[in-house]
Design a protein around this ligand. Structure first.
Ligand SMILES: Nc1ncnc2c1ncn2[C@@H]1O[C@H](COP(=O)(O)OP(=O)(O)OP(=O)(O)O)[C@@H](O)[C@H]1O
Ligand SMILES: [Mg+2]
Length: 386
C-alpha cells in the first residue's frame, strides 16, 4: 500500500502547501488520514484495496491486512452502484458523490451510506472513496430544511398578526355586546363566536413568535429554565408522569433568551407528555438531562468571524413513549405537521425557529420506548460576558 499512501500524502501535502505559512505546522499527512473520523479507502486499477484508514477498517468491519487481500467485488456484489461510480471516475469524472446507497454483500450489510469519490493524482486508475453513514448528514440536512421552513412562515405570521388580530377583537367585542341582549337560545351562538375568536387569537399569538422581531440575548442558566418547565408541566399537562433529572452542575450559562428557551423546553416536554398520555404508557417517564460536550461546530448566520460556532451545551428531553410515527418523521419540524387530532403542528416548527435564532441545532432520535430530542446550544462568549 505504500505507493498509494505516498500519492495520497502528496495530495494532502499539495493542499497544505497552498495554505498560508502559519498553518504549515501540521502533523504528517499520513497521521492526519489515520485520525480522520470518516472512512477513506483507495482502490487500485483492479479494484483491490490499496489503502484504508482506521475509520474505514471500522466502517467495513475488516482490518487493513484483511482488506489488502481483497478487492471491491469480495465485499460488494458486482451490481452495486458503487462499481458504476468507480467506473465513471476512471473514465474521466474527477469527483462524484452519491447518497443513500445500500451495501449488501457477504461481509457487509449497511444502508443509508453516502459516498464521495475522486481520482488520485499521479496514480492512474486509482480511486479514492470517502464513506459515511448518511444518517448524520441527513440529520443536518433536515435541520437546515427546518430552518427554511420556519423562515417561510415568518412573513405569513407577520401578516396574520397584523391583519387578523384587530378585526378579531372587533368581532369578539360585538359578540359580547350581543350576548346581553339576545334570547337564551341565540346566546349559545354568541358564546360560540366569542370562543372561536379566542381560539383564533391564541393561534395567532402562537404564530407571532415566527415573526422576525429582534430578541435580547443574555447569559441564561438552563437548569433554572428546566426546573421552571418541570414545575409547570407537573402541575398541568404532565400530571401523573414521572420526571428524572440528570444535570451537569458545572454547565456554563447559555447565550440565549430566557422566555424563548422556556417555550422550546415547554414544547418538547409537552410533546413527550402528549405521546405518553396518548398510549397510556405504563410508568411514563420524562428525562431531562444536561451535559457539556465538545466537538460540535456549525456554520450559522449568527456565528463569529470564522463562520463556525461551537455548540458545547447539550440539553436532552427524553421520553419512554411509543416513538415518532414513521410517516411524519421527514417533516417533523415543518409547521402544521401533526399526528394528534387536536394538535396544531406548530410546536416543533416553533422550536426549530427559536433554536436556529439562537445559532443552535436540534437533533432527534426515536424508536418505540425511547424518543430523544437533543438541543445543542452555544455558551456565553468571553466578549459577551465582559
Ligand atoms: N416525544 C414525542 N413522541 C412521539 N411523537 C412526537 C414526539 N414529539 C413530537 N412528536 C410528533 O410530532 C408531531 C409534531 O409535533 P408538534 O409539537 O410540532 O405539533 P403537535 O404537538 O402535534 O401540535 P402543537 O404542539 O402545535 O399543539 C406530533 O403530532 C407527534 O406526532
Ligand atoms: Mg406539540
Amino acid at each position: 500500500m505504500s505507493g498509494v499512501t505516498k500519492a495520497v500524502r502528496r495530495t494532502v501535502l499539495s493542499v497544505v502547501r497552498r495554505m498560508p505559512p502559519a498553518a504549515v505546522h501540521l502533523p504528517d499527512p499520513a497521521t492526519i488520514l489515520s485520525a480522520m473520523p470518516v472512512a477513506v479507502v483507495v482502490l487500485a486499477e483492479d479494484n483491490r484495496f490499496a489503502y484504508a484508514n482506521p475509520a474505514a477498517e471500522q466502517f467495513l468491519g475488516l482490518s487493513v491486512s484483511q482488506l489488502a487481500q481483497l478487492s471491491l467485488s469480495d465485499v460488494l456484489p458486482e451490481d452495486s452502484p458503487l462499481f458504476l461510480m468507480v467506473g465513471q471516475l476512471r473514465s474521466g469524472a474527477s469527483s462524484i458523490a452519491d447518497h443513500d446507497l445500500s451495501f449488501e454483500g457477504p461481509r457487509i450489510r449497511k444502508t443509508g451510506i453516502s459516498v464521495q469519490g475522486t481520482t488520485v493524482a499521479e496514480e492512474p486508475g486509482h480511486v479514492l472513496l470517502v464513506l459515511q453513514d448518511s444518517t448524520t448528514v441527513r440529520a443536518l440536512d433536515r435541520q437546515i430544511a427546518a430552518r427554511n421552513a420556519a423562515r417561510s412562515i415568518t412573513g405569513m405570521a407577520a401578516i396574520l398578526a397584523h391583519e387578523v388580530k384587530n378585526p378579531l377583537s372587533g368581532i369578539r367585542g360585538a359578540a359580547q355586546l350581543l350576548e346581553s341582549s339576545v334570547s337564551e337560545p341565540d346566546r349559545e351562538l354568541t358564546v360560540l363566536i366569542r370562543d372561536e375568536a379566542d381560539r383564533i387569537r391564541a393561534l395567532v399569538d402562537r404564530m407571532e413568535v415566527f415573526g422576525e422581531k429582534p430578541v435580547t440575548m443574555e447569559p441564561v442558566n438552563i437548569h433554572r429554565i428546566l426546573e421552571h418547565v418541570r414545575r409547570l408541566a407537573r402541575s398541568g399537562f404532565a400530571e401523573g408522569l414521572r420526571f428524572s433529572e440528570s444535570y451537569d452542575p458545572s454547565l456554563p450559562p447559555v447565550w440565549g433568551n430566557r422566555d424563548q428557551l422556556v417555550q422550546v423546553l415547554l414544547n418538547l416536554v409537552k410533546n413527550a407528555a402528549d405521546s405518553l398520555h396518548s398510549t397510556g404508557t405504563h410508568e411514563g417517564e420524562i428525562t431531562l438531562m444536561t451535559r457539556y460536550q465538545h466537538g460540535l461546530r456549525l456554520a450559522t448566520p449568527s456565528s463569529d468571524s470564522d463562520g463556525r460556532v461551537d455548540l458545547p451545551l447539550l440539553v436532552v428531553v427524553r421520553d419512554n413513549g411509543p416513538g415518532i410515527s414513521e410517516d411524519i418523521r421527514p417533516h417533523l419540524f415543518e409547521p402544521f405537521v401533526s399526528s394528534r387530532p387536536s394538535g396544531q403542528g406548530l410546536g416543533l416548527a416553533l422550536v426549530a425557529k427559536i433554536v436556529a435564532d439562537h445559532g443552535g441545532l436540534i437533533e432527534v432520535e426515536s424508536r418505540p420506548g425511547r424518543t430523544e430530542f437533543r438541543l445543542h446550544l452555544p455558551m456565553v462568549a468571553e466578549e459577551d460576558s465582559a
